[in-house]
Design a binder for this molecule. Structure first.
Ligand SMILES: *Cc1c(COP(=O)(O)O)cnc(C)c1O
Length: 351
């Protein structure tokens, strides 16, 4: 049992607590005033993440919603359009920020489990339509896909999208909150993903286990503009090297271990699939498992309460879908407990 009181807290990979060595790195971080560009630890993190993704420069921000919004803002003028998957975080979970802050209109394509099909996105691109229709100014891809269940975008489809957009001048932004998971699961280099996009947002506070922080990467010119907008939005931070130190520690020490989370998620999914049609195994590619409760006579919310009584916290992410997310605070024993709880609850039927 963890100090959270849960046997396994699978609500999200954001629930992790900083480890003792991560806290030490934070306590010992060299800091300065980052609004004046004088925090060496923030600079080191920005350079490190930009380098990992094959981009010129980076910008540290408190949340992934903000690094996404800064990215969108860089590419789209007020009244312009972005295209995204209908289940994308930028259109579902950022509470209309693109519209509220940047005057961006959105259109979405449908997908199966969030998987990108380039031709579906390309079919919606509208450019050169003068004053008659909204101009497409950005296409957003999410990798891995959160509401899709941690699914990985095929590199071939991302390339096809990039190739299809060549000549239109429409840029691409990657919501790579969990790009780390895609990289570890596939072995595709981070730079191979990174180079296909104009800007990339990555989170340090998901599976990597930092308490706070995301980084936006792109050209030096784009990051200089994003820095102005970050300050304008009120997120110019001062001795934020304390936070960046956690991010640096996470990138150095918690990246490769994401494979453990993937293995445990897979083991859970296989154990649950054995007892009924509750999981689509082909969609379990990283650290997220979606459990389909539709055949059980119980709603996702009811299943979440029932497993909660057995010490397992899970998120009802739809009326018949319970989402579970593995991370560095859930071990093999927690995974076994989750398997036992779900097998028991799913096998009970309505009642
Ligand atoms: C978590 C997440 C974000 C950023 O979320 P914040 O809570 O604002 O850090 C962005 N995109 C996806 C896909 C996410 O899962």
């Amino acid at each position: 049992m963890t100090d959270t009181g849960w046997v396994a807290d699978l609500l999200s990979d954001t629930v992790t607590r900083p480890t003792a060595p991560m806290r030490r790195a934070m306590a010992e971080a060299e800091v300065g005033d980052d609004v004046f560009g004088e925090d060496p630890t923030v600079r080191a993190l920005e350079e490190r993440v930009a380098g990992l993704l094959g981009h010129e420069a980076g910008l540290f921000a408190p949340t992934g919603s903000l690094t996404n919004q800064l990215g969108l803002r860089l590419h789209v003028d007020p009244g312009g359009e972005m295209l995204a998957d209908a289940l994308a975080h930028v259109v579902r979970a950022e509470l209309g920020a693109a519209a509220v802050f940047s005057g961006i209109t959105s259109r979405t394509w449908s997908s199966t489990a969030g998987r990108l099909v380039a031709k579906d996105a390309l079919a919606m691109v509208t450019t050169g339509v003068g004053p008659y229709q909204v101009e497409t100014q950005l296409v957003v891809v999410e990798n891995t896909h959160n509401f899709g269940g941690g699914t990985i975008q095929p590199l071939t489809e991302i390339r096809a999208l990039r190739d299809g957009l060549a000549g239109t001048g429409v840029p691409m932004h990657l919501d790579g909150a969990r790009l780390w998971n895609a990289h570890v699961a596939t072995g595709v280099e981070l730079t191979a993903y990174g180079q296909l996009f104009d800007t990339v947002s990555v989170c340090l506070s998901k599976g990597l286990g930092a308490p706070v922080g995301s980084v936006l990467v792109g050209s030096a010119e784009a990051m200089a503009r994003a820095r102005v907008w970050r300050k304008r939005y009120g997120a110019g931070m001062r001795q934020s090297g304390i936070l960046a130190a956690a991010g640096l520690y996470a990138v150095e020490h918690h990246l490769e271990r994401l494979a453990d989370d993937h293995g445990r998620a897979r083991r859970f999914a296989e154990a649950i699939a054995e007892v009924g049609p509750y999981v689509t195994l082909a969609d379990v590619e990283t650290n997220i498992v979606m459990v389909d409760t539709s055949g059980t006579g119980r709603s996702a919310a009811q299943v979440a309460v029932a497993v909660g009584e057995r010490g397992i916290r899970a998120y009802p992410s739809g009326k018949d879908r319970v989402r579970l997310v593995w991370h560095l605070d859930v071990d093999d024993a927690g995974t076994d407990a989750a398997i036992a709880a779900f097998r028991e609850v799913l096998g009970q039927g309505a009642g």
